[in-house]
Design a protein. Structure first.
Length: 148
């Protein structure tokens, strides 16, 4: 369905305005898809993002500040999200070794197991996007250009 049909608007001030509205609308739509998907795993998209960041550390601890900097949703309350994941046993947080005021975070085996369980279904979800690899690469390049 086109953006015009989805938001029931036929005229835009400019093609750039249409792009802005389309990107915002699509972002909201994708967030809804992700929220419904992760609900089945008792996670939010932001919690999943933290677990992905931690898995990428390959066992190395990372500070809360570094997690915040790498989050997709920069408005996330990283401390609160990390605490919820800790209570689920998916990560552990400890005082920093060099600076005890810092909090260092590591993923647990339970967290890795959950991510491994999610990997297949999330790849299936990505495969349902009706974009060829070439189209996805073009879209990624255009979105990167938009942010520069």
């Amino acid at each position: 369905m086109s953006i015009e049909e989805d938001i029931q608007q036929t005229k835009f001030a400019s093609p750039q305005q249409k792009v802005m509205i389309n990107v915002l609308y699509t972002s909201s739509w994708l967030n809804g898809v992700q929220t419904r998907f992760f609900k089945g795993y008792d996670l939010t998209p932001q919690q999943y993002n933290i677990l992905r960041i931690l898995r990428g550390q390959q066992g190395e601890a990372i500070t809360l500040n570094d997690i915040s900097c790498r989050m997709i949703d920069k408005m996330s309350n990283t401390s609160r999200l990390v605490e919820k994941l800790r209570l689920k046993g998916l990560l552990e947080r400890n005082p920093g070794q060099e600076d005890r005021r810092q909090v260092e975070v590591n993923i647990t085996q339970k967290g890795i197991h959950l991510l491994n369980e999610i990997d297949g279904p999330i790849m299936d979800m990505h495969a349902t996007m009706e974009l060829s690899n070439e189209e996805a690469e073009t879209l990624n390049r255009l979105l990167d250009k938009l942010r520069t």
